[in-house]
Design a protein around this ligand. Structure first.
Ligand code: F6R
Length: 608
């Protein structure tokens, strides 16, 4: 979603802000802007659309200076126009504000400020903050911000500059991530570490309620009462190369091809082959606590929700503990049955999804132990959970989740293995699962060898207007994920269904125009899926079938076959997801879609 960058130091600020904004493009945005202090006054440039347009505006009317803030906006209040783009200025032009989040009492504040004579020029909630700070300014920008925050309700990651107190950026965080990048003779502010990684690895993650006062040679963090807060300096562990395309046409393709490594990294040091179990250091649950879990709730959104469905099956099958999977957006407003023996697993690639975070807080409030399965280190969910499992998939830049999904399933398999061995899974069966997991990276390499063949299939189906994805058992969530991948990046309508459920409605859609993707590895329900494939063929549907064996039963039923290696049923989604990702990718590319930044989508959805 929206991105924030700020800089104070010796470098020319404009190229630095632009570079930082470009590094956050993957998060999704529809307008961009910068504010720069040129030594005398504060000036802004803002444009709707992509950052290239902002660069053009800056080329036509350059800005220069050594202190500045920049923003990419994903529209919530008001369309993506120049007047709604950030930074927003106060009426007298002295204050510039960039803001992620939503000010809930913006209407009331707007009316109060209008009564004082302030004229509003945008449709946004953010503009009230700029006017409010102008109104409350009395020589110190941080004091004006503190006073303004006491009147604001809502969520924010905020950065503010003022040309009456010019050599500082003040920032505040409540519900929207922000970090300080600590340099030598220079300091940074960002909502995403990728924005500043080219300049420093030393970061201070702000907590909710923190206010930061950042100057060129120093920074301090205070709370709402101006009490100094001590915050530790963390080190970003990933490399710049991981957030660059490295010869691939798109981040999504790079990330699909990274999966042998990302899956290996999720398992590294955790899979214990001899004992048939897993070591997960961050759970913060004792042996007894693990044994006394009565039920598990897994809450998530989107792709993470699909991995949760796979986790549900694994945990119920191997640990015999009841599991419920809840859309985070629904869970947070329900009256769920949660006890202090409920374990709530919170699945989130970004660790910042607003609904998932709220669901976790609700589960916690009701007494559940929470475990975050998160990719982004230092993210809010990772910081607020009781314990967790980092995915270690490396930064995922493509908006459509690929490697994070397979790592989520692997992390859930590790957790299941550990929990099941604490219950009554035998060492023999534990070893069988651990061995099968150990082979996954090589098996994914084998699947990736089909990329060219899948590209040919994509050529055949690129003009389809609808797709059905069907699977049973562990392959049902995989089918859902395949359909989501296709629709979000190619804009082709696609539905995932349990294969047998097709007969209860969707079968009416099947004719010679309808491609149907079957996820049909040779697992416990394979024979059943063959009957469903026959039903589609009987109605002249076109079949693309992901299989794991040469099967006489399938002869004559398949238009296109994609072969994956055999593994345990519970691990099949990890292998079957890869060709589905490739199919969606190639179809989208052939339709000319912007694969890495699909329209209307954001990498982390930080609004409700
Ligand atoms: C789809 C996708 C989204 C996310 C969802 C939750 O490719 O990436 O559906 O899975 O927005 O995001 P996280 O996992 O960051 O909580």
């Amino acid at each position: 979603m929206c991105g924030i960058i700020g800089y104070l130091g010796p470098k020319d600020v404009v190229p630095l802000l632009i570079e930082g904004l470009k590094r956050m493009e993957y998060r999704g945005y529809d307008s961009a802007g910068v504010a720069v202090y040129d030594g005398k006054t504060l000036n802004t440039r803002r444009t709707p659309g992509k950052i290239a347009k902002l660069e053009a505006a800056l080329a036509a009317a350059p800005l220069a200076g050594h202190v500045g803030i920049g923003h990419t906006r994903w529209a919530t209040h008001g369309p993506p126009t120049e007047k709604n783009a950030h930074p927003h200025r106060s009426a007298d032009g002295t204050v510039a504000v960039v803001h992620n989040g939503i000010i809930e009492n913006a209407n009331a504040l707007r009316s109060a400020l209008q009564e004082l004579g302030y004229v509003f020029t945008s449709d946004t909630d953010t503009e009230v903050i700029a006017h409010l700070i102008q109104e409350l300014f009395d020589g110190s920008l941080e004091e004006a911000l503190l006073a303004a925050l006491s009147k604001i309700e809502g969520t924010y990651g905020l950065a503010v500059m003022c040309d009456k107190d010019p050599n500082k950026i003040v920032a505040a965080r409540k519900g929207s991530p922000l970090l300080i990048g600590v340099g030598v003779g220079e300091n940074f502010l960002a909502s995403d570490p990728s924005a500043i990684l080219a300049h420093t690895r030393q970061v201070v993650y702000l907590d909710d309620g923190d206010i930061a006062v950042i100057e060129r040679d120093s920074y301090r963090v205070i709370d709402a009462h101006a009490t100094p807060m001590s915050r530790k300096v963390d080190r970003i562990l990933w490399d710049l190369a991981e957030i660059e395309r490295g010869g691939f046409d798109h981040f999504m393709l790079k990330e699909i091809f990274e999966q042998p490594t990302s899956v290996e990294n999720t398992m590294r040091g955790r899979l214990i082959l001899d004992d048939g179990t897993a070591k997960l250091g961050g759970l913060n649950l004792s042996h007894d606590e693990l044994l006394h879990i009565d039920n598990v709730i897994i809450t998530a959104c989107g792709t993470s929700w699909h991995s949760a469905l796979i986790g549900e099956m694994m945990i119920e099958e191997l640990c015999r503990i009841p599991v419920e999977v809840e859309y985070a957006s629904e869970f947070r407003y329900k009256n769920p049955i949660v006890t202090d023996r409920t374990l709530c697993i919170v699945m989130s690639q970004s660790g910042e999804t607003a609904d998932t975070l709220a669901a976790m807080r609700e589960a916690k409030r009701r007494g559940a132990r929470t475990l975050g399965f998160v990719n982004v280190v230092g993210s809010t969910i990772a910081r607020e959970d009781d314990g967790g499992v980092y995915l270690h998939a490396g930064p995922e830049i493509g908006v459509a989740s690929t490697k994070a999904f397979t790592s989520q399933v692997v992390a859930l398999a590790l957790f299941t293995l550990k929990l099941a061995r604490k219950h009554d899974l035998s060492v023999v069966r534990g070893r069988e699962i651990a061995q099968a997991m150990h082979h996954l990276p090589d098996q994914i390499r084998t699947v990736l060898e089909s990329a060219k063949a899948i590209e040919t299939i994509a050529e055949e189906f690129k003009d389809a207007t609808n797709f059905l994805y069907l699977g049973r058992g562990y392959s049902f969530p995989t089918a859902l994920e395949g359909a989501l991948k296709l629709k979000e990046i190619s804009y082709i309508h696609a539905e995932g269904y349990p294969a047998a459920e097709m007969k209860h409605g969707p079968i009416a859609l099947i004719d010679e125009e309808m491609p149907v993707v079957f996820v049909a590895p040779h697992d416990a329900v394979f024979e059943k899926v063959v009957s469903n494939i026959q039903e589609v063929r009987a109605r002249h549907g076109r079949t693309i079938v992901i299989t794991s064996r040469d099967e006489p039963n399938l002869k004559g039923l398949i238009d296109y076959e994609i072969r994956i290696p055999e593994t345990l049923d519970m691990l099949m989604p990890i292998l079957a997801a890869v060709p589905l990702q490739l199919l969606a990718y190639y179809i989208a590319v052939k339709r000319g879609a912007n694969v890495d930044q699909p329209r209307n989508l954001a990498k982390s959805v930080t609004v409700e």
